[in-house]
Structures are given as C-alpha cells and as structure tokens.
Design a protein around this ligand. Structure first.
Ligand SMILES: Nc1ncnc2c1ncn2[C@@H]1O[C@H](COP(=O)(O)OP(=O)(O)OP(=O)(O)O)[C@@H](O)[C@H]1O
Ligand SMILES: [Mg+2]
Length: 532
C-alpha cells in the first residue's frame, strides 16, 4: 500500500508525515505461538500426541488468536497508545475469538484433555498467563468513547448478510460503536454498456435490500475505482475522489482469450465417474460453478449427483426436470450442526464441570464445527462417486481434514460404520480425496490480487493434507466479458497480469468464466456459462 517495507516494529512512513505503521505477520505470529506451546509439550508427549497437537495449532483459529495476541500487546501498551491520536487496525478479531477469551476456565488443559476431537481450544493453551491483559483489551474494544468499529462490505447481497451477522455478533459482545463502509459501488453512469448498467442495477438492488441491523448504522459509500489501490498516489486519489489516470495499456484489448469451462468438462468426462469438489472463499461462485459443471455433465449424458448446502433458489428445483440425469441433494448446515453438537455434547459433556461445559459449547460454535458437521453429511454420499459423478459445492479445508485424521475421530467413525468385517479393504473419505484418480478439486477464485492470494493459501493448505488441486476457475472475470464501458474496461485490463500469474505459476490447468449481467440461475443460464 505504502510502497515501503513494513515490519514487526513500529516505523515511520516517511512519505506521510505523522503516520507510523507496523505489520503483524499472522503466519509468523502463529509460528512463534506454536513453538511456545509445543516446545514444553515435546518433553512428555508421544509422537502421535505431538502430531495431533501440532495440527490443532495449525488452523485459522491459531492464526487469529496469535494475531489477537499481538494486537492486545499493542492495545494495552500505554506508551504506544499515548503517543498517537488514532490507532487503526485493519482487521478485528471475530466474535468467536473474543467469546473464547472471555470464558473462565483453564485453557491450558485443553491440548491434552481435548484429545480425540477437532477443537479450537488448543490454541488457547498458550494464553493462560495473560488473561488480565485480554480482559483489558476486550474492555477497551467495548468502550464506545475509545473504539469505533468500521464494517466493510462490497455491495453484494451475500456480503451484506455476512456483515450484518458480524455486526450483531460483535454488538452482543459490547462493540456497539459501529459504522458501515460500502466499498466498490458501481458509479451512476452514462452510455449504454449493457454489462455496466446491469452491475449498477445489481449493486443498487443489494443496497436497497440491506438487512435492518446494518441499515441503521452511519454509512459511507465508496465507488468502484478503475485502478488497483496500490501505492500512495492511488490512495490519495481515492481519498480525495480524484479521477484515475488513463492506464498505460489503454490501447490494448480489454478482452483476453482464455480457456473456458468446457475445456475442463472435456477432461473430466473421460472418466465417466468420480468426485468433483469446488473450493474457495465465500461468495466467489463455488455453488454456481459446481451447478454449471454438474448440469453440463448431465447434458452430455452422464449420471450426476450434485450435493449442495445452498438453500437459495438460484439452483432451483427445475434443474432435475430439465436434465433427467441430474439429481440434486441438499444438505442443511443448520440441521447437520445440531446433529453434530448433540453427538459431541452427549459423548463429552457428561465428564465436564460447568466451566468445561461453557468452553465446549463455545468451541462448538467455531467455524471448524460447521465444516466438520457439513463434511460428515457430504461423506455419506462420497461413496457414490465410484459409480457416477458426484459434484460437491463446498469442501472442507486441508486443516479440517488433517484435524479429523490426526485426532483419530475420523477413523473411528469409519470403523463404526463398517461394522466388524475386517476383511473389507477400508477406503476412508480422506484416502479418496487424496487419490487423483478418484477426486478432482477445483479452486474457485476471482481475478483480483487478494482473492488470488487467498486461493494460493488454500492450495498450500490442501497440499499439506496430501491433496493436489486439479484446476483453478477464475470466475466473474471482466477480462473474459464483453464490455466497452471505460471503467470496466480498465479493470478488465488490470485482470490480465493476475490471470497470467494463475496460468503460469499457480494452476495445473485453469478456466476463466466471464462476469454475467444476470445472476446465473436456472439450467439455461448455468449451461451458458460452460458453452459460450
Ligand atoms: N460469473 C458470474 N457472473 C455474475 N454473477 C455470478 C457469477 N458467478 C456467480 N455469480 C453470482 O455471485 C453470487 C455468489 O455465487 P455463489 O453462491 O455461487 O458463490 P459461493 O462461493 O457458493 O458462495 P458461498 O460461499 O456463500 O456458498 C450469486 O448471486 C451468483 O449468482
Ligand atoms: Mg455456495
């Protein structure tokens, strides 16, 4: 952002008088944190226990808690706080982390006694001695005179819903001084570019239907910029609402010639069966891509089972009528989470005192729990992929799979279902996911810097679990769409280097799917994503 190297020490940004900055590297913080907990543990624990403990400390929860650990040490340092008029943090801890930190009870016991379950409590073990500091940090965050929380969202229905959930969750903890920033709003426009008009309408509709909780917040909108907001000049132009200079490549075509989804379907259909999993961050288009893939395979005459957690109508019930080979099976995450929670509470709850119970209950509210519960439901249909195609619209992260695997609960689960017949060769879901002949993982992302970095992290995480992603899908690309609108065309040109990076450095194979004017819902629109 500032065209300078930041580090884990506060240093001055020389180009901006009055501004100092520090970068907390969450991965480095997490590593230091892991070492602090694991080193003493290594003296007594077995190799198996070490492997389980290491995995428990390798997930998003650890990174978040380690980052929060750094954050609190800044927040509770009186010298540092007194030196500045404003301190700006570019991410806040989630409600789940803050609630965990507020719980009484002995965190340190959990690495050993939590054995046998995937848990977010492990990472807390290293924090025991600093409870007073966390209490102080949380108190300052809840003080409306001192702390303002700015919720940032794109003008999309799903993003606004997510931000509304965060707003409620953090308000419940006491962070009530909330403001809303909507970023990347398509500006009012002249001209007759159909795509630009459709995107403008879509943004406005999403803003009109914004959830009530965030509608009441003080709000400011920021327009979609033609340029990437990197570097001081671009930031200044943004802050002062000045126009971006025309890009150097403006004589180049906005539209690139990239492989489309049909090339991936061609490769996949050769096998006539197998598991296809679509992974990626929230809202990038996993469900849409999974549905388009499933619909096209069915149209080509293959038998396909599509499993989805998406209750929305955009898959709609008619899919199966239009495409007789396609079966859609829905998984309701809320039902699966309840089922999983009941099961864990029944098994573990009876051995715990009131404090332990409170911790277990909070742990079961973690994002890992949802992933595990949903994956258990998915696992029930994975077997089917030895007979025909099974397309899954979300997949667990490598971390969750490893947790399930190293804590042993996964294997036990499998053994229970397989009964006593030891002569049957066991193929656990984990083994199936690692087998490139049985499973193909697609990483779905967008042609922008941060989504591609996130997708790269996801790929590393899967590799850690012994799973090699098969292809990348770059969705909602302007560079693959047809637009002459100056703003969109400039953004389209900015996508080319991102797509090149995926093509040459990151993906074994890839496809680019154009940004659509209308939400791709229903069989016709889904199929048209594949056959352009
Ligand atoms: N190529 C595209 N062009 C325009 N809109 C798209 C495109 N792909 C997906 N969308 C729209 O973007 C929204 C998010 O897509 P989708 O629900 O498939 O994402 P997801 O990754 O499954 O989200 P979640 O993480 O919430 O499950 C939907 O409204 C969908 O219709
Ligand atoms: Mg989805």
């Amino acid at each position: 952002m500032f065209e300078t190297t930041l580090g884990n020490e506060v240093r001055a940004i020389t180009a901006v008088p009055g501004l100092d900055a520090i970068e907390v590297d969450p991965e480095a913080a997490a590593q230091a944190y892991r070492d602090r907990i694991l080193t003493p543990l290594a003296e007594t624990a077995s190799e198996e226990e070490m492997r389980s403990a290491t995995e428990q400390l390798s997930g998003a929860c650890t990174t978040e808690i380690a980052a929060f650990d750094e954050f609190t040490s800044l927040l509770t340092d009186p010298d540092l706080v007194d030196r500045y008029d404003h301190v700006i943090f570019d991410t806040a801890p989630t409600g789940h982390t803050i609630r965990l930190l507020k719980l009484p009870g002995a965190w340190s016991g959990f690495l050993s006694t939590g054995k046998g379950d995937a848990s977010c409590l492990g990472p807390l073990a290293g924090l025991d001695k600093q409870k007073a500091r966390y209490a102080e940090a949380v108190e300052r965050l809840s003080d409306a005179q001192e702390t303002r929380l700015i919720l940032v969202a794109r003008p999309r229905t799903s993003a606004l819903k997510e931000v509304a959930r965060t707003a409620e969750e953090l308000a419940a903890i006491g962070l009530r001084n909330q403001h809303l920033a909507i970023n990347g709003v398509m500006p009012t426009m002249e001209g007759d570019d159909a795509l630009a008009q459709a995107l403008y309408n879509k943004d406005q509709a999403a803003l009109d239907q914004m959830p009530e909780v965030i509608r009441q917040l003080p709000r400011e909108d920021f327009p979609l910029r033609p340029e990437n907001l990197v570097g001081l000049d671009a930031l200044k132009r943004f802050a002062r609402s000045q126009p971006a200079p025309a890009d150097a490549a403006s004589t180049h075509a906005a539209t690139g010639d990239y492989p489309d989804l049909s090339t991936l379907v061609d490769d996949v259909e050769v096998r006539d069966k197998g598991l296809l999993m679509f992974m990626g961050k929230g809202g990038v288009g996993k469900t849409t891509m999974a549905a388009a893939f499933a619909a096209e395979l069915a149209r080509r005459g293959h038998e396909v089972l599509l499993t989805t957690t998406d209750p929305a109508a955009h898959l709609n019930e008619t899919l199966g009528d239009v495409l007789p080979n396609l079966t859609v099976s829905r998984i309701d995450p809320a039902v699966e989470i309840e089922r999983y929670k009941d099961e864990v509470m029944k098994r573990k709850g009876k051995h715990l005192d009131a404090e332990g119970l409170a911790m277990l209950e909070e742990d079961l509210r973690s994002p890992c729990t949802e992933e595990i519960a949903v994956f258990q439901a998915f696992s029930r249909v994975i077997r089917e992929s030895s007979k025909h195609f099974v397309v899954m619209d979300t997949a667990p992260t490598g971390h969750t799979l490893l947790l399930l695997d190293t804590t042993g609960s996964y294997h036990q689960d499998m053994m229970r279902h397989s009964g006593d017949d030891k002569s049957v060769r066991m193929v656990t879901p984990m083994m199936r996911l690692q087998d490139p002949d049985a499973t193909q993982v697609m990483i779905v992302t967008l042609a922008e810097t941060t989504p591609i970095l996130e997708a790269e992290k996801l790929q590393q995480d899967l590799r850690r679990a012994g799973i090699e992603p098969w292809a990348w899908i770059i969705n909602a690309s302007l560079a693959a769409a047809d637009t002459r609108h100056p703003l969109l065309a400039q953004r389209a040109r900015a996508e080319h280097p991102q797509i090149e990076k995926v093509a040459s450095d990151l993906a074994a194979r890839f496809a680019v799917v154009p940004m659509q004017a209308e939400d791709p819902a229903g069989a016709d629109r889904l199929l048209s994503l594949v056959q352009l």
